[in-house]
Write a new protein. Structure first.
Length: 162
């Protein structure tokens, strides 16, 4: 249904839109939007709603890392069993099966580089089926989930001489 695809695109781009707004934008009635959203949630097409936060604009220290993981696939389960084991950790934000030189991409966040390094060294690398890791720290985010991280305005520094 074309209206459902359009509805999903709209919700994905801005989950704060009201059902009345979504109805107007999709040529559906508000009751149809309510029913469609409820069905999409029940069918696990819509998994949740999330805000994208620019943590650099807050006082919170935060570091994000992308970890390349090489694993030994298991007979019958392939990569699923090891991926499931990895995504159970609270630190893990995302896990993707990849093509190419490594098997899984794991994205995690922590307060410090040391915290991320400890996760890799203490929890991820020692897993039985993990044969290698390479950690890449994200230095600056420019765009995420179609949202552009705007540059911070440079504030004029105020110098006080005593």
């Amino acid at each position: 249904m074309a209206d459902t695809a359009k509805l999903l695109k709209l919700v994905e781009s801005d989950c704060t839109l009201t059902h009345a707004q979504l109805a107007a934008m999709t040529n559906m009635t508000e009751a149809e939007v309510d029913a469609a959203i409820k069905k999409l949630e029940e069918d696990k097409v819509i998994l949740g709603y999330q805000a994208v936060v620019d943590w650099d604009r807050t006082q919170r220290e935060n570091v994000t890392a992308l970890i390349e993981v090489k694993v030994t696939p298991q007979r019958g389960d392939g990569f699923d069993r090891v991926a499931e084991r990895i995504y159970q950790y609270d630190e893990v934000e995302s896990v993707y099966l990849m093509s190419g030189a490594f098997d899984l991409t794991v994205i995690i966040s922590g307060r410090t580089l040391k915290e991320v390094a400890q996760f890799v060294g203490d929890k991820l690398a020692p897993l039985e089926d993990v044969t290698g890791t390479a950690t890449h720290f994200i230095l600056h985010k420019y765009k995420e989930n179609h949202l552009i991280f705007e540059k911070r305005e440079e504030q004029d520094k105020e110098w006080i001489f005593v």
